[in-house]
Design a protein around this ligand. Structure first.
Ligand SMILES: *Cc1c(COP(=O)(O)O)cnc(C)c1O
Length: 359
């Protein structure tokens, strides 16, 4: 057998993939990692109990086709029928599958900027044309500009990653009622905001609300996401997603968490919300102006954010820098965790900011 050269590989690659890079958020190991907004308090107890008691068929046999047990549990929790739910290998998979389900190559995907970094990547992977519309100065959506793109899919993240800003339901309703295509509402952080667009799916058959168990539920390593929508809409996403996308262990652990550990989840959501405000206060006390957040992170404008981030990393703490955000400038995004960790983070931030910005 011959070794395939790099050029030969490129010659057979899909044209749309030619300049698609592998995702690299530069997440090298660090003592305290506050970059990914996961649950720093651990795993819901009912999920951990499943992990301790599973038997080998959970590993040797195939999982369920479309995660029926998990849909049942999610449906009871959210008050929707199982035919209004689709699951996936993380909500990333659900977003990717949804774009593929509703768009032909060359169709458009529009999103407000800044937003979740994976959206333009999934658009490119599906040979779609991505258009970013800069948000307004007050961090609200530019609805007419989003609609004017004529995109098949409009993506709105609320609370938005990386700003934390929440889009009011009235605005989502405005978009949904004027958009001919699909409105994807990414609610990866909805649990922390206490508001949700799930009710909109009963009013608008082309609204898909995408959620994850990676953030509030502390199950990022299991890769479980889901979406809620009209049964006909959800059925298309399920086709595009394909069978066996949620592992058997993942389905059992997630189902147990939803059925038996909602108290634990809610308790830690409430804690994250109160610590988020404590962190924002601590930043304001230092003269910064963090953006209002409905999520489990705080986005704060800081000059030379990339250099400050590097100087924090040198002190064993990672936060996510965002250079040159529109209307915001350089900013750092801090994930919220237990206060002792946030104190360590603030100490590293103070030293790094002094070093870089001479403040
Ligand atoms: C973290 C995150 C996701 C991805 O979550 P997974 O379910 O782990 O794939 C989706 N959307 C936003 C906005 C996120 O921040």
């Amino acid at each position: 057998m011959r070794t395939t050269t790099r050029d030969e590989r490129l010659a057979v690659a899909r044209a749309a993939y030619a300049d698609v890079p592998l995702y690299d958020p530069k997440r090298s190991p660090v003592a305290l990692d506050l970059t990914d907004n996961t649950n720093l308090w651990g795993v819901p107890p009912a999920a951990e109990q499943v992990l301790r008691t599973v038997t080998s068929p959970v590993i040797t046999r195939y999982p369920s086709l479309y995660a029926g047990d998990l849909k049942q549990a999610l449906g009871e929790w959210l008050g929707v029928t199982t035919d209004m739910l689709v699951t996936g290998c993380g909500s990333d998979d659900v977003l990717d599958s949804a774009m593929r389900a509703f768009c032909d190559p060359g169709d458009g995907v529009a999103a407000s900027v800044p937003t979740f970094a994976m959206v333009p990547i999934f658009a490119r992977m599906n040979d779609l044309v991505y258009t970013g519309i800069t948000e307004k100065e007050d961090h609200t959506l530019d609805v007419p500009a989003l609609l004017a793109t004529g995109a098949k899919v409009i993506y709105v993240c609320t609370p938005n990653n990386p700003t934390g800003c929440v889009t009011p339901l009235a605005t989502l309703r405005e978009v949904a009622s004027q958009h001919d295509g699909v409105l994807i509402v990414d609610e990866a952080y909805a649990e922390f905001a206490g508001v949700s667009a799930v009710a909109l799916v009963h009013e608008f058959p082309r609204v898909l609300v995408v959620r994850t168990m990676s953030k509030a539920f502390g199950l990022a390593g299991l890769r479980i996401g889901y979406a809620i929508g009209h049964p006909a809409l959800v059925a298309e996403v399920e086709k595009s997603r394909g069978p066996y996308k949620v592992t058997a262990l993942g389905e059992q652990m997630a189902t147990a968490a939803v059925r038996e550990s909602m108290d634990w989840v809610q308790e830690h959501v409430a804690l994250a919300v109160s610590l988020r405000e404590q962190l924002a206060d601590a930043l304001r006390a230092r003269g910064f102006a963090p953006l209002p957040s409905g999520a489990n992170f705080v986005c704060v404008p800081v000059p030379n954010a990339v250099a400050v981030g590097q100087a924090m990393r040198a002190r064993g703490v990672a936060v996510r820098p965002f250079p040159d955000l529109p209307h915001i400038g350089d900013a750092l995004r801090f994930s919220v965790g237990p206060w002792t960790l946030l104190e360590t983070c603030l100490a590293a931030f103070d030293a790094a900011h002094a070093e870089v910005n001479g403040a």
